[in-house]
Design a binder for this molecule. Structure first.
Ligand code: ZN
Length: 132
């Protein structure tokens, strides 16, 4: 398993982590297979969405904020229940196919690390499995 760290700058931030994951694929030498990406945190997640128009990510964050306001009379004493909820909504893992040594995405897709309680230093795990 490989891992890398990312440093987030804002409480809620979507970070394009494709360069890190692509590097892990190249280091593995696997040209065809699957790449599992996992975030071992409870207030950050992963999602795949559009990277062509930055307003898509901006709107995603806005929609999440409207759906799960930071202040909501939640019970969790740490005060970051909204971050926990948003992380669960995004999920903690993604699987991307590897084709000809590259992460195989649709034309407009990229993989985003989703910070919901930053700024923090975060860890991402990557497991690459070869296919015949
Ligand atoms: Zn908490």
């Amino acid at each position: 398993m490989k891992q890398f760290s990312v440093r987030t700058q804002e409480r809620c931030q979507f970070l394009d982590i494709n360069p890190y994951v692509q590097r892990a694929v190249e280091e593995s030498g696997v040209t065809n297979g699957v790449c599992h990406v996992f975030v071992p945190h409870t207030t950050a997640g992963l999602t795949i969405n559009e990277n062509a128009d930055p307003d898509v990510v901006r709107d995603l964050k806005l929609i999440l904020d409207r759906t799960v306001p930071w202040e909501g009379g939640y019970a969790h004493s740490e005060g970051n229940s909204a971050a926990h909820a948003k992380a669960s909504m995004m999920g903690f893992s993604q699987t991307v196919f590897i084709k000809d040594g590259r992460l195989a995405f649709g034309t407009w897709q990229r993989l985003y690390f989703c910070e919901f309680d930053g700024p923090r230093t975060r860890t991402v795990w990557v497991q690459i499995i070869a296919a015949n």
